[in-house]
Design a protein around this ligand. Structure first.
Ligand code: PLP
Length: 420
C-alpha cells in the first residue's frame, strides 16, 4: 500500500490516522519505510533530507551505528527488569556532569512525565499550588500545562476534558515581558510554586530570551521563593553539552529533559538541586513512579548517544547551523522577501512574518497558509521539516555538506513558489 492508502486505513482505527496530532498534515502524511543517517524514506519510494528528526531527539541522525550496535547487544539481555541497573548510574552521571543545575536525576518515559513530575515536586517543595508558564509554551500533553493563555485567556484549558479546577492554578504571561511577570508576582508571588519555561521557545518556532531576561527570571524567582524550572526537553544536549543553561549561563533550580537524553528511544528525566530532589519517593513524600522508567533499552541508547556529544561535536554541529542560517538569510535578501529567518546552534526556522517575533502573540501573526505552500514544495524537493512554523527544524551530525546544500536549494525554490 502507498502512503495515501495507508492513511485511509489508519484513519479507520487510529484517531486522525496518527499517534500524535502534529503528524497529520494535509492532504496526507507520508508513511515511513526507514530512516538512515540524515535521510528518512517513505513507502512510496521517496527520500527526504530530514530536518524534523523526530521533533528533536535524533541529534546523531537516524540509526547511528554505535547506538544500534549497543542497543542490539542490550536487547539480547532483556528489555525491562523492574530493578535498578548500573547503567542508570552511568547515565545519571553523564547528566550531572553536563547539566549545571543537576545534582540528582530521576528518569521518566517522556518529556511530558518529566515536566508533570517536576511541577509536582516544586509544589511539594514550596507547599504552594499555583504555577506560571509562558503563553504558547508546550510542556507536554498533561493537564497542568495544556493552557496556552494568550490575551484574556489565562487559566482556560486548551482541551476538552481538563477540569477548570486544574488549570485555575496555571497562570500565563507573555514571554520576554518583564513587566507582566513582575506584576503577576507582586499579586500572586506567595502562592506560586514554580515558573516553568522553555528557555528557547521551540514550540512556537524558535524564540530566544532577550538579553538579561533569564537573569531577571533567576533573580525574581530567588527573591520570591519560586522554583525556576527550565524545560530543556528540546534544548538539553541540543544547544550545548549543558543545554540552554550552559549556553546562556543561567542556572535554574530544576531542569526537565527528554528527546536527546533517550538517544532516540522514549525517555525523559528531571533533575535539580539535591534539597528539592530528595523530596521524591521513596526518599520523600512526593510520589513519582513508572514501570518502564530507567528501562535498560532507553538508558543504553541515551548513554551511547551522550558519550558522543563533546565540545568538538557541538562546534562542528553548530557550524552546520550557521551555514544553513546564513544561506537562508542570503536567499531571503536575494528574493527581497519580507520574512524572518531565526535560529541558533543546530536549530532553525523561518517566520512568514515581516516583524521580529519575541513571543507567542507575535508568532501568531505569521502567515500560516503561505508557510504550508512552502512546506509542501520542500517535500517535493526532497526535504522534510515539521509542517508548521510553530515547530523548530533541526540538524544532526549525520547531515553532510551535500545534504545542507540540497536543503538550501530546496528552500530557495520553495520560497519562490510560496511567494510567486
Ligand atoms: N517539553 C517540551 C519543551 C517539548 O518540546 C515537549 C515535546 O515536544 C515536551 C515537553 C513533551 O515531551 P514528550 O513528547 O516526550 O512527552
Amino acid at each position: 500500500m502507498n502512503s495515501q492508502e495507508l492513511f485511509e486505513e489508519s484513519k479507520k482505527i487510529i484517531p486522525g490516522g496518527v499517534s500524535s496530532p502534529v503528524r497529520a498534515f494535509k492532504p496526507y502524511p507520508f508513511f515511513v519505510a526507514k530512516g538512515e543517517g540524515s535521510h528518512i524514506y517513505d513507502v512510496d519510494g521517496n527520500s527526504y533530507v530530514d530536518h524534523c528528526l523526530a521533533y528533536g531527539p535524533l541529534i546523531l541522525g537516524h540509526a547511528d551505528k554505535t547506538v544500534v550496535s549497543d542497543l542490539t547487544n542490550q536487547l539480547t539481555m532483556g528489555t525491562a527488569y523492574g530493578a535498578p541497573t548500573e547503567n542508570e548510574i552511568k547515565l545519571s552521571r553523564e547528566v550531572i556532569n553536563r547539566i549545571p543545575s543537576a545534582e540528582m536525576v530521576r528518569f521518566t518515559n517522556s518529556g511530558t512525565e518529566a515536566t508533570m513530575s517536576a511541577i509536582r515536586i516544586a509544589r511539594g517543595f514550596t507547599k504552594r499550588d499555583k504555577i506560571v508558564k509562558f503563553e504558547g509554551a508546550y510542556h507536554g500533553a498533561h493537564d497542568y500545562c495544556l493552557v496556552k493563555g494568550g490575551s484574556g485567556a489565562a487559566c482556560l484549558p486548551d482541551s476538552l476534558g481538563i477540569p477548570l479546577d486544574t488549570t485555575k492554578n496555571t497562570l500565563t504571561v507573555p514571554f520576554n515581558d518583564e513587566e507582566a511577570l513582575t506584576e503577576l508576582i507582586e499579586k500572586e508571588g506567595e502562592n506560586i510554586a514554580c515558573i516553568i519555561m522553555e528557555v528557547v521557545m521551540g514550540n512556537i518556532g524558535c524564540v530566544e530570551p532577550k538579553d538579561g531576561y533569564l537573569e531577571f527570571l533567576r533573580k525574581i524567582t530567588e527573591e520570591n521563593g519560586i522554583v525556576l524550572i527550565f524545560d530543556e526537553v528540546i534544548t538539553g544536549f541540543r544547544l550545548a553539552t549543558g543545554g540552554a543553561q550552559e549556553y546562556y549561563g543561567v542556572t535554574p533550580d530544576m531542569t526537565t529533559l527528554g528527546k536527546i537524553v533517550g538517544g532516540g528511544l522514549p525517555m525523559g528525566a528531571f533533575c535539580g538541586k539535591k534539597e528539592i530532589m530528595e523530596l521524591v519517593a521513596p526518599n520523600g513524600p512526593v510520589y513519582q513512579a513508572g514501570t518502564f522508567s530507567g528501562n535498560p533499552i532507553s538508558v543504553q541508547a541515551g548513554l551511547s548517544t551522550l558519550k558522543q556529544l563533546n565540545n568538538d561535536f557541538y562546534t562542528s554541529l553548530n557550524k552546520k547551523g550557521e551555514f544553513l542560517r546564513s544561506n537562508i538569510c542570503d536567499i531571503v535578501d536575494e528574493l527581497s522577501l519580507d520574512i524572518s529567518p531565526v535560529g541558533l546552534g543546530s536549530m532553525f526556522q523561518i517566520y512568514f512574518n515581516p516583524n521580529e517575533v519575541t513571543n507567542y502573540a507575535e508568532a501568531q501573526e505569521s502567515d500560516s497558509e503561505r508557510f504550508l505552500v512552502y512546506f509542501r514544495q520542500l517535500l517535493k524537493e526532497g526535504v522534510f521539516i515539521p509542517p508548521s512554523q510553530f515547530e523548530c527544524n533541526f540538524i544532526s551530525s549525520a547531515h553532510k555538506m551535500e545534504d545542507l546544500e540540497k536543503t538550501v536549494n530546496a528552500i530557495r525554490k520553495s520560497l519562490k513558489v510560496a511567494f510567486e
